[in-house]
Design a protein around this ligand. Structure first.
Ligand SMILES: Cc1cc2nc3c(=O)[nH]c(=O)nc-3n(C[C@H](O)[C@H](O)[C@H](O)COP(=O)(O)OP(=O)(O)OC[C@H]3O[C@@H](n4cnc5c(N)ncnc54)[C@H](O)[C@@H]3O)c2cc1C
Length: 383
């Protein structure tokens, strides 16, 4: 099995790394986190560098990149900030859904705007009563002539409040049927009359932001339905693989960043006349963390490779998402211990990883739900 990157992939990684080094220095990341501000300037740089169009086919003016290219970008963006990576991910995941499930007209309309940074996109599935259990969804749309009228409430929608954002809202269009047969995907501008947004006060990922969204008789043109009426579940399934493998890549990037901080600190911090990293307890902790990060990355690259080969990789993707997210939490937690009091201080970066990492085992499907999927694939019926 060949895990080597091609020359183009090495160049892509180097280019994204340089872009992030130049435009997302530590002071920028700290300031935006403190101000809970969206990284608009950085997003523009991603647009200019073609990162938004990278995983789309050339016939739609994309750069024709593969899933592996996308995970390279994900890891490099998250290596600076897993929070910033979510600004990128929201647009790309939803854009790919339009690519896969949209009509020709929708692709011609939305993809150029997405690539040019004229619109951003966010995903809104979760609701107050519907988290892991999508079936409990209540937000609904009723057809009225050439429009839908939407009522309900979404929760935890990442990036939904950024300017020029089109929310990809999953809602019921047939309330008599279950979500597999009665749910649709509607594209709704976040400034449509009747839409109300509230930025939530979250522990981490405070720049891209997490939003509560209310829909009160929101009128949406009927041509904003993607994949056909009542075909929303197909859209969820179609996007799940890439979303989860990129989520794993984001966790790997965050874990690498937190690890580098901890390793450097262990070499530099002197107590009792010697670097703290010369204590076996700290050295072994770092050795174990490095091993686990490598294991997570190996799972992630294998899953990405299988997806890019068109193989069914549900098991491998699920393991990668589960393991990588838990490794990021573990590295940030251990990193804080290695930093001692400085780790707990808001003036050092480890606390940001401690906060940002914590969402990775919850968002895009909790660790428990990943374990349920794996157990199901092993033939175990979980109740
Ligand atoms: C930072 C952040 C960003 C997010 N971004 C988005 C977004 O952009 N769009 C979006 O739609 N959603 C988003 N979410 C929502 C996320 O997908 C949900 O939080 C997640 O699916 C869990 O739902 P819940 O919070 O309602 O928890 P619940 O489903 O109520 O679960 C609570 C606990 O019970 C466990 N549990 C529930 N059911 C089972 C079961 N059957 N077996 C075992 N354990 C179970 C869960 O694992 C969890 O530990 C985001 C969440 C966070 C924290």
């Amino acid at each position: 099995m060949d895990f080597a990157f091609t020359d183009e992939q090495k160049l892509l990684r180097e280019t994204v790394r340089q872009l992030m080094d130049t435009h997302a220095p530590p002071e920028y990341i700290r300031r935006l986190d403190r101000e809970q501000a969206y990284p608009y300037e950085l997003y523009e740089k991603w647009v200019e560098a073609g990162l938004l169009s990278m995983p789309f086919p050339e016939e739609y003016d994309g750069l024709g990149g593969s899933v592996i290219d996308l995970t390279i970008i994900a890891e490099e963006l998250a290596r600076k900030s897993p929070d910033f990576f979510m600004s990128y991910a929201g647009s790309v995941f939803t854009g790919l859904n339009i690519m896969r499930k949209g009509t020709e007209e929708q692709k011609q309309h939305w993809l150029p705007k997405l690539f040019a940074g004229e619109v951003r996109m966010a995903i809104a599935i979760s609701e107050p009563e519907a988290g892991s259990d999508i079936g409990a969804m209540r937000t609904y749309a009723v057809r009225d002539g050439d429009h839908y009228v939407v009522n309900g409430q979404k929760l935890w929608a990442t990036g939904a409040g950024a300017k020029d954002t089109v929310m990809n809202v999953y809602l019921k269009t047939d309330r008599e049927k279950n979500y597999r047969e009665g749910m649709s995907l509607l594209l709704i501008d976040n400034d449509t009359p009747g839409v109300q947004l509230r930025k939530l006060d979250m522990l981490g990922r405070r720049c891209t932001g997490t939003y509560e969204v209310f829909f009160n008789d929101v009128r949406v043109p009927a041509d904003r339905v993607v994949g056909g009426e009542n075909k929303g579940w197909d859209c969820v399934l179609a996007g799940l693989q890439i979303e989860r493998v990129c989520s794993a890549a984001g966790s790997c990037g965050g874990a690498l960043a937190a690890f580098d901080l901890a390793l450097n600190y262990a070499k530099e911090r002197v107590q009792f006349g010697r670097p703290i990293g010369t204590n076996q307890s700290i050295a072994h902790t770092l050795a174990d963390l490095q091993t686990e990060i490598d294991a997570a990355r190996t799972l992630m690259w294998r899953a990405a490779w299988m997806v890019s080969e068109g193989q069914d990789a549900l098991r491998e993707i699920t393991m990668a998402k589960l393991f990588a997210s838990e490794v990021y939490v573990k590295v940030a937690n251990a990193g804080m211990q290695i930093f001692g009091g400085y780790g707990y201080s808001m003036e050092y970066d480890m606390q940001r990883h401690f906060r940002d990492s914590r969402s990775s085992t919850i968002a895009a499907g909790t660790s428990e739900m990943q374990r349920n999927v794996l157990a199901g694939l092993m033939g175990l019926k979980i109740r």
